[in-house]
Design a protein around this ligand. Structure first.
Ligand SMILES: Cc1cc2nc3c(=O)[nH]c(=O)nc-3n(C[C@H](O)[C@H](O)[C@H](O)COP(=O)(O)O)c2cc1C
Length: 251
């Protein structure tokens, strides 16, 4: 398949749409009939499951958003595996409307940083408004975004707002925001459980990302996610999380 993708990618259809777009945006089961297959995962004994869930809860509570990264190299496979985990996420009508762009080219990263910082300068100078700036104050963030160029990896996540047929016509994608949000949650979880740190960065507006990364017209940037180990002198805001009682109600 990768060979096919590379070969197809060199040709464009008569409609002017790159065949590569079709291959990468293809919705695998669209239009097929219902075809059930057995699903019999081994049941985990309750005692073992409770041990696992308690340790997972503690481990996930250690996750923090990191804004200062070490330049220590990260095994690329950890990042590839995390993206593959993200792509197992449930999605509306199983359309998997996401693209993860792994950006390692230093020149491209520099372009992204410059464009992001330009937007952030305007945002922090007043575009966000007082209420938003109040909400951000405890985080200590500003318009300088060194992590875009300095973290070992940068993943830019795009939503595929719709699907482009080979003839250029389009098909709706359903629940795109929800699906991509869940996938990104799984990405962050996988990265954390592999010992890596990440930042969910949403420079607003994000249109420049599609231009710099040359994404097709059906894609809209969702988040910029630098990945790596925390810097040795990394610190994070002193935040408190809501308790289970505060986020859950029983009916
Ligand atoms: C949708 C979303 C957008 C975010 N955008 C930014 C951002 O643009 N810049 C930033 O520094 N952090 C951003 N964050 C990170 C949050 O500030 C962070 O998750 C929050 O403060 C809680 O901290 P924690 O992740 O360490 O628990 C974003 C997080 C989410 C989920």
């Amino acid at each position: 398949m990768p060979v096919l993708v590379v070969v197809f990618g060199r040709f464009c259809s008569l409609t002017g749409h790159c065949i590569l777009d079709w291959v990468t945006n293809w919705t695998p089961n669209h239009g097929q009939n219902y075809d059930p297959v057995p699903y019999r995962p081994a049941r985990i004994p309750a005692e073992q499951a409770l041990e696992t869930s308690a340790s997972l809860r503690a481990r996930m509570d250690e996750r923090r958003t990191v804004r200062a990264f070490s330049t220590d190299p990260v095994p690329e496979q950890l990042v590839l595996d995390a993206i593959a985990v993200a792509s197992t996420a449930p999605s509306g009508a199983h359309q998997q409307p996401w693209t993860f762009v792994l950006v390692t080219d230093p020149d491209v990263r520099k372009q992204i940083r410059e464009a992001a910082e330009e937007e952030e300068r305007i945002s922090y100078a007043g575009r966000l408004g007082e209420e938003w700036l109040d909400a951000l104050r405890p985080l200590g963030t500003d318009d300088v975004k060194p992590h875009i160029t300095d973290s070992p990896y940068l993943i830019v996540v795009f939503q595929q707002r719709f699907y482009i047929e080979p003839d250029g016509s389009t098909r709706k994608h359903y629940y795109v925001d929800e699906s991509v949000g869940i996938a990104v949650g799984m990405l962050l979880t996988a990265l954390h459980l592999s010992g890596l740190a990440a930042l969910t960065h949403t420079p607003s507006p994000m249109r420049f990302l599609g231009e710099v990364l040359n994404r097709p017209r059906n894609e809209r940037a969702f988040a910029v996610i630098p990945v790596g180990y925390p810097a040795e002198d990394c610190s994070v805001p002193n935040l408190t999380r809501k308790s289970l009682d505060q986020v859950m109600v029983r009916v």
